[in-house]
Design a protein around this ligand. Structure first.
Ligand code: GTP
Ligand code: MG
Ligand code: ZN
Length: 286
């Protein structure tokens, strides 16, 4: 079961057949990382899952393929850690906005990490970080090179189940290694076994933190998106827009796009909502 679950994200080009069987039940991964299950014991370290207990939340993505399926990445998540690099690769803030909105839809708290802070070159990334703080998201600046922010991040994640998301190469695995240096060994061992590069994550993996809590490393997930994240309701998932919803001339019918007398657009004009975030909203709304 576990191998089937890891597979679709792990190696989309692999030809192992069992995963195709999983597709037939329409939801990839009936059991996900973070699930609490009931087991029928079948000897040492073996058992049959008889029941998945109700989830308090779940992170899903669209699986690739002609018929997109819902894939559950993790369940019962306490924190989504949105990792964005100060540079290399260049910060993609619209992607962060998408992930944040998805997290709001799933009602999972978010934490933003501006990684590779040692590579900060201009104030643009800092200004974004400051805006995210202003609207209510915790933001931590980190550098695995200098150790900046690692202690703070450890404190924020203690005793929680945290899922690290973000583009490939932003430094998610490096951050996990910095949080708990002993992980480095395990990451290297697994990479050696699969023949993959040490610094590229190819599957979902959960680690226990010595300081309490657990972390899930993910490969750079381009398509992380909660089911049905589109339409004017997206405004509810931009937390700084919430205060203005209902104050538009057309009330709940306003899509905050072309309508006259729109409270959201007015707030953008007055600089109370960032224009960049507003543009992300328009893109996601579609
Ligand atoms: N300068 C600098 N480089 C870093 C830092 N953190 C990570 N890197 C480098 O960035 C590259 C990518 O880091 P990874 O940790 O593999 O990135 P990832 O997000 O796990 O990537 P995927 O597994 O492909 O999703 C590596 O070459 C790291 O050495 C940092 O704080 N500062
Ligand atoms: Mg990685
Ligand atoms: Zn409006």
């Amino acid at each position: 079961m576990h191998k089937q679950l890891e597979y679709p994200i792990a190696a989309p080009t692999s030809r192992r057949r069992r995963v195709l069987d999983v597709r037939e039940i329409r939801v990839v991964d009936p059991v996900a990382i973070g699930d609490v299950v009931e087991l029928l014991g079948a000897g040492a370290n073996a058992g049959i899952i008889t029941k998945i207990l109700p989830r308090k939340n779940q992170i899903t993505r669209r699986d690739v393929g002609p018929k997109p399926l819902e894939q559950i990445i993790a369940a019962n998540v306490d924190y989504i850690v949105h990792v964005v690099a100060a540079a290399q690769p260049a910060s993609k803030w619209e992607l962060v906005d998408r992930y944040l909105a998805s997290a709001e839809l799933a009602e999972i708290p978010s934490l933003i990490v501006l990684a590779k802070s040692d590579l900060l070159q201009d104030d643009a990334a800092l200004a974004e970080a400051e805006n995210f703080r202003r609207i209510g998201y915790p933001v931590i600046l980190t550098s695995a090179m200098t150790g900046q922010g690692i202690y703070e991040l450890r404190n924020a994640l203690r005793d929680k189940l945290s899922v690290f998301v973000g583009m490939s190469g932003v430094g998610k695995s490096t951050l996990l290694n910095a949080l708990q240096p002993e992980l480095a060994l395990r990451v290297k061992q697994i990479s050696a076994a699969t023949g993959k590069g040490i610094h590229t994550t190819t599957q979902l993996e959960m680690f226990d933190f010595d300081f309490g809590g657990r972390g899930v490393d993910t490969p750079g997930l381009k398509y992380l998106t909660l089911w049905k994240l589109a339409g004017a309701a997206v405004a509810e998932h931009f937390i700084e827009m919430r205060a203005y919803l209902g104050q538009c001339k057309f009330g709940a019918d306003c899509s905050h796009d072309h309508e006259p007398d729109c409270a959201v657009k007015r707030a953008v004009g007055q600089g109370r909502i960032s224009e960049r975030r507003y543009r992300s909203y328009l893109h996601i709304k579609g």
